[in-house]
Write a protein that binds this ligand. Structure first.
Ligand code: NAD
Ligand code: UDP
Length: 340
């Protein structure tokens, strides 16, 4: 199948492009490189042995999108393209709504007008806010979003569901709620390449280990957890990429879905604390990571990990790779990646 991957040069998109190709699909990338570099395509080419088709442009530009959809016969879409920095979204809400909501509307419009059969949307565990139950099932309530970024995921899920209901079977869709993606391709040829100072724990940690930054700050060790640091469900990006292939396979099949536009948690089901993650990194790499403990980061919650039973049962997908493997792969990538 020909699968359009918007944001296909980004962290999760680039890994998904590889998994799509390995599963026999033809990935077609759209990216505007607002948060990625064209050199990602070199890494993908080295892994696959060929360069996937790239259309450089913006998903909020209907003229550009029309030219892509008229040139390519797209069977399915994975829509990754979005801005994702929570703090920045509080400073630039209109830019986030315009980009994340505008692009989703335009891409869905194209999907409806060009006979696309399957659509996968990147949502986030952030929709659960500070959860009341752990592990978190999909039936847990969505909490009022605390940032415009988080709100674009909730609104995005709703837009997708309403559009899928209206399409009445011609378009099938699902939203995947990612937990904490980390790691890199085991080849070391592609990985996470944040522009500027990383917001997320693992890219910050690997940059400290590489000597590009002096110290990691652990944001709080007074949480009500066994070691006092926050707990997350860290999932290897290759496992996450494969969840998209499993989702598309079911959407393209005749299999009846229990809901229109279901949502699925994509996590391992296991929580790992920030301190445990640092210790695991030190064990697998043999490098001591200098860190200090600072205050809690505003907006952070104590614990967040998935109940992944729904995706296990309905889509036959399960995470296979460990946090240790993800950290080894992230480190291999860090050593190959350009100094920031
Ligand atoms: P990323 O920034 O690495 O990738 C997004 C890509 O989309 C980038 O290459 C960027 O240049 C591109 N892009 C953004 N707006 C665009 C537009 N209007 N037109 C064309 N290209 C555009 O981010 P990622 O970590 O790979 O995240 C992918 C998706 O997953 C996003 O929707 C994000 O919100 C969601 N998500 C990510 C995480 C995470 O922790 N990484 C967690 C939950 C959900
Ligand atoms: N964290 C940290 N130091 C950092 C970045 C993150 O201690 O430099 C912690 C953060 O407080 C949270 C966990 O690591 O408990 C994961 O944070 P990240 O930003 O990677 O993902 P989030 O769960 O916030 O989406």
């Amino acid at each position: 199948m020909k699968i359009l991957v918007t944001g296909g040069a980004g962290f999760i998109g680039s890994h998904t492009v590889i998994e799509l190709a390995l599963a026999g699909h033809t990935p077609i990338i759209i990216d505007n490189f607002s948060n990625s570099r064209p050199s990602v395509l070199d890494g993908i080419e080295s892994v696959l042995g060929y360069r996937p088709t790239l259309h450089t442009g913006d998903c909020t530009n209907p003229v550009f999108l029309t030219s892509v959809f008229e040139r390519e016969h797209i069977d399915g879409i994975i829509h990754f393209a979005a801005l994702k920095a929570v703090g920045e979204s509080l400073e630039q809400p209109l830019r986030y709504y315009r980009n994340n909501i505008g692009s989703l509307i335009d891409i869905l419009d194209m999907a409806l007008h060009h006979g696309v059969r399957a659509f996968v949307f990147s949502s986030s565990a952030t929709v659960y806010g500070d959860p009341e139950t752990l592990p978190i099932p999909e039936t847990a309530p969505r909490k009022p979003a605390t940032s415009p970024y988080g709100n674009t995921k909730q609104i995005g899920e709703d837009i997708l569901r309403d559009t899928t209901i209206m399409a009445n079977g011609t378009l099938r869709s699902a939203a995947l709620r990612y937990f904490n993606p980390i790691g890199a391709h085991p080849s070391g040829l592609i990985g996470e390449l944040p522009l500027g100072t990383p917001n997320n724990l693992v890219p910050y940690l690997t940059q400290v280990a590489a000597g590009n930054r002096s110290t990691l700050t652990v944001f709080g060790n007074d949480y009500p957890t066994p070691d006092g640091t926050g707990i997350r469900d860290f999932i290897h990006v290759v496992d996450l990429a494969q969840a998209h292939i499993a989702t598309l396979e079911v959407l393209f099949s005749e299999k009846r879905l229990l809901e229109t536009s279901p949502v699925y948690n994509v996590g391992t089901g296991t929580g790992t604390s920030v301190k445990e993650l640092i210790e695991t990194f030190e064990r697998v790499t043999g490098i001591t990571v200098p860190y200090t403990v600072g205050p809690r980061r505003s907006g952070d919650i104590t614990s967040c990990y998935a109940d992944p039973q729904k995706i296990n049962k309905e889509l036959g997908w399960k995470a296979k790779l460990s946090v240790a493997q993800a950290l080894e792969d992230a480190w291999r990538w860090q050593q190959n990646s350009p100094k920031q």
